[in-house]
Write a protein that binds this ligand. Structure first.
Ligand SMILES: N[C@@H](CCC(=O)N[C@@H](CS)C(=O)NCC(=O)O)C(=O)O
Length: 216
């Protein structure tokens, strides 16, 4: 398996967590430096025309793209431990929680959006930070309400790790990057802490990757 990723990429973090949970190690990790704009270079554009990380090539391909699609592919091809509940309503809840992170919140704070705000809309750094924090908090508020539900256990859905926890971990790392206080979101924080106590999550953290700074 060949994983295209970057230390800071929250979507790559999600896939790294799942690979660790499944005991999978990529044969090759290809660093695409988002800070240098390498995602827009021809070499990577051919791999993922959306010019976004991560991408995963399993065997002779084709390249898989979009973190949630890659995660479900890994869950289907390596079913242990399962990362979705068995019942359809449970699966829908877990996918819904995951999509609040991966589809409603994270896409609003990725480099291409922040760069558009800076270069095209001429927003200065404080204004861009307000933007990022706003969309983080919107997702955290929704997640906080959902996680108060009795369906939540030690983890986001019951006591087993699911795709929802994987996404919660990436939202938690994003909150640190964008300096969002988690104190108003105690249910979220509790589930995040339970995830981060697990070595598969801790090892996959952006700041544990080669090339990462000690702190952001
Ligand atoms: N919905 C995508 C998001 C992919 C994405 O935007 N990844 C970011 C890094 S976390 C990226 O590569 N952005 C490049 C850019 O915005 O130019 C997923 O979950 O895989």
């Amino acid at each position: 398996m060949k994983l295209y990723s970057f230390w800071r990429s929250l979507a790559s973090y999600r896939v790294r967590i799942v690979m660790n949970l499944k005991g999978l190690k990529p044969d090759e990790v290809i660093d695409v430096n988002l800070m240098k704009g390498q995602q827009r270079e021809d070499a990577f554009r051919k791999v993922n025309p959306m010019m976004a990380l991560p991408a995963l090539v399993d065997g002779d391909g084709p390249a898989l793209f979009e973190s949630l699609a890659i995660i479900e592919y890994l869950d289907e091809t390596h079913p242990n431990p399962p990362l979705l509940p068995k019942d359809p309503k449970g699966r829908a809840r877990v996918r819904g929680l995951a999509q609040i992170v991966a589809c409603d919140s994270h896409p609003l704070v990725v480099p291409r959006v922040r760069e558009y705000l800076e270069h095209d809309l001429k927003l200065d750094e404080p204004a861009r930070n307000i933007w990022c924090q706003n969309w983080h908090r919107a997702a955290l508020s929704a997640l906080e309400t959902h996680l108060a539900d009795k369906a939540t256990g030690k983890h986001a859905h019951g006591d087993s790790i699911t795709i929802a926890d994987v996404c919660i971990a990436s939202q938690g790392a994003g909150a640190t990057f964008f300096k969002v206080d988690l104190a108003p979101f105690p249910n979220f924080k509790r589930v995040l802490d339970a995830c981060m106590a697990n070595d598969a999550f801790a090892r996959a953290h952006p700041l544990k990757q080669p090339g990462a700074p000690a702190a952001v």
